[in-house]
Design a protein around this ligand. Structure first.
Ligand code: PRX
Length: 631
């Protein structure tokens, strides 16, 4: 790579261009916009179909678009089965390292056997096509097996991140009406055991639909198992029902593959649905073109499978592309801050995909922890989840990538399935910008009158077209999908992601952050309404307002203004108690940084809390236009 100081841009080397899966952006971009359906049909040809589609996209029920309508495909046929008849069969599909140093590896052949066993076990428990199975696990290979086993038999998985509380888990189990939950006794994190089974036990008490809990043994600590409900995976695995041979179900392109709950502006998390066909095509294409993935690559996406990044770019797309995926169970700094670098060196990882928060977290330990390892296997780096500050970008580029790896800063969402704004290895990079629209996408930044803003002016990010990775909707709530993403630009038919952004004079897009009531903390997505209702569930609090404030490591931190019940006295103890309460109700990621006790909250005359005013106040900035504020 080379740096052009005048332009402030990093240019790819000849090497990068020569080996890249896509050699040029502009021409293919133009083609993809002018021939969108054809472009996607051509990409879909890279996959195995039981039956080809009749129609590339059926738009008869907008905004519930049906991609590859009439097609028959199963993502597992593409991620696993088709590799079994090629040289990939004996290649490693998964390398896994536990935090405690355990190592396990699976070839594609072995992966298929594990998935098939798991699939047969699920069938024996009565799981059928279309049933939703909830998965609540640490980062262990069985988490991947469980997801793929569901998909293989046409069942739907709903993975809940292992850091969520039992209440959050139960809310998701109930919404999905899961009969079967898959978990593990626990996982290792920072040298300690995270007691997942205890959380599942509590959650299941609150979730009447659950009849079966399958538990994988990971930590071996003592856990409570209930008769006729709880089964150890290793017991089931040894029964004749767990045959390693299982037919892959021929699902429709528009059959649901998974549900993934994510936070929005309203209190309840939304179950975003993704289907087998469009999702396979979109994730596989973006992964191949942007991460330049090759079958000989060892690829590490350091996200947890409990989030969309883990679904799309740890599990599904790299397996579809036949690469070797690496998974790590634990904390990046355990036992020392060189843990990641040691593993990259040891396994010869070629591609690393992580979040700005993780990069900033490792950067603070200084360069020497990185420098003592040979990271020359790295060819490409990726970033996701929040804007990356140029300082962290440059450290990632210089110290981790040794000035030879392009950084793919990818902007996308749970709803979009895959990358929407991102560079390609062959285009020049600007630190902090997610660069350009991916092929097929027309992206703009508009003002309140829906006109394009001028270069470098802030506005609302919109996506003007549809794409195969777009979510199929919110589970059991058609109207909410319409209201949340399509109402604001109903006339134009544009998708409204809820972010603000700028576009510079070179057409590079700079995402600024959420413009709605969603807070991104360390890249995790939380709704202000969920945090506020967690606080109000404490007997001392009558009203609360949560806002994000900039944080050096986390990007944003949660600050809460709370009005206490009459008679309650603000104190440091109460502040700590309330913080712990939120962490208990929602999970540790939602723990507020600060609680500010207040007598009133600024509201509009219609009663909406003016978070903008609170944010300005907390930072000592100008409070802006207060004309809509109630007396
Ligand atoms: O605000 C944007 C931010 O993350 C939001 C989506 O969150 P989630 O659905 O949890 O998905 C995260 C992983 C895809 C977006 O609305 N975001 C994501 N990637 C970036 C980003 N903000 C800036 N730059 C990014 N690369």
């Amino acid at each position: 790579m080379s740096f052009d100081e005048k332009k402030g841009m990093y240019f790819p080397s000849e090497d990068i261009i020569n080996q890249s899966n896509v050699k040029e952006y502009e021409k293919l971009y133009k083609y993809s916009i002018e021939n969108r359906e054809q472009f996607w049909a051509e990409q879909a040809e890279h996959l195995d179909w039981f039956k080809k589609w009749d129609k590339v996209v059926d738009e008869s029920d907008k905004p519930f678009y049906k991609w590859f309508q009439g097609g028959k495909i199963n993502i597992v046929q593409n991620a696993v089965d088709r590799h079994l008849t090629t040289a990939n069969r004996n290649k490693l599909a998964i390398i896994w390292e536990g935090e405690n140093g355990d190592i396990r590896t699976y070839s594609y052949h072995a992966l298929n056997r594990e998935i098939s066993k798991f699939a047969n076990i699920l069938k024996s428990m009565g799981v059928k096509k279309g049933d939703i199975v909830t998965i609540y696990m640490p980062q262990i290979p069985e988490q991947v097996f469980a997801m793929l086993a569901c998909a293989k038999i046409g069942a739907v998985h709903s993975v809940v991140y292992g850091g969520f509380s039992h209440e959050a888990l139960s809310e998701r189990i109930k919404d999905a009406e899961s009969r079967v939950v898959i978990t593990a006794d626990g996982g290792f994190r920072r040298g300690k055991i995270a007691d997942l089974k205890a959380i599942v036990n509590q959650a299941v008490e609150l979730s009447p639909t659950v009849e079966v809990v399958i538990t994988v043994k990971r930590t071996g600590h003592e856990v409570y198992m209930e008769n006729d409900r709880d089964y150890w995976y290793h017991d089931l695995e040894n029964l004749p029902i767990a045959s390693p041979i299982c037919e892959t179900e021929e699902t429709d392109a528009n059959d649901m593959l998974f549900l993934l709950y994510t936070s929005g502006s309203t209190g309840k998390p939304k179950g975003m649905m993704h289907n087998h066909g469009g999702y396979s095509v979109y994730t596989a294409t973006t992964n191949r073109m942007v991460f330049d993935i090759k079958p000989e690559d060892r690829y590490w996406c350091a996200a947890d499978p409990g989030w969309i990044t883990g679904h799309s770019y740890l599990v599904y797309s790299p397996l579809i592309n036949g690469a070797t995926i690496f998974m790590y169970e634990g904390a990046p700094n355990h036992p020392y801050p060189n843990r990641w670098w040691r593993m990259i060196e040891k396994y010869g990882i070629n591609i690393l995909y992580t979040s700005p928060t993780a990069i900033r977290g490792l950067m603070r330990y200084g360069d020497s922890w990185v420098k003592r390892h040979d990271l020359s296997s790295l060819r490409l780096l990726g970033s996701v989840g929040e804007p990356i500050n140029p300082e962290a970008w440059k450290w990632y580029y210089k110290v981790v990538g040794n000035e030879k790896c392009p950084i793919m800063d990818t902007w996308w969402q749970t709803e979009t399935g895959g990358f929407m704004i991102c560079p390609l290895p062959v285009i020049p990079l600007k630190p902090g910008s997610a660069s350009k629209p991916f092929f097929g996408n027309e992206i703009a930044v508009v003002d309140d009158n829906h006109n394009d803003v001028k270069p470098n002016e802030e506005g609302t990010l919109v996506i003007k077209n549809i794409w195969p990775g777009l979510s199929a909707g919110i589970y059991k709530d058609r109207q909410k999908f319409i209201d949340t993403y399509w109402k604001k630009f109903e006339k134009e038919g544009w998708y409204h992601p809820g972010d603000s952004a700028k576009i510079d004079e070179d057409g590079y897009i700079w995402v600024i952050g959420r413009s709605d009531d969603v807070i991104k903390v360390s890249g995790y997505r939380l709704g202000t309404a969920e945090i506020e209702s967690a606080l109000v569930s404490h007997p001392m609090v009558v009203e609360a307002a949560a806002i994000p404030l900039p944080h050096k490591l986390k990007g944003n931190a949660i600050h809460v203004f709370a009005i206490l019940k009459e008679g309650a006295t603000p104190s440091r103890e109460l502040e700590n108690e309330l913080k712990d309460h939120v962490a208990k109700v929602m999970g540790p990621i939602a723990k507020p940084e600060e609680i500010i006790f207040s007598d009133s909250l600024p509201k509009t005359r219609s009663g909406k809390i003016m978070r903008r005013v609170l944010k300005a106040r907390a930072q000592g900035l100008d409070e802006g236009d207060l004309s809509t504020m109630e007396e």
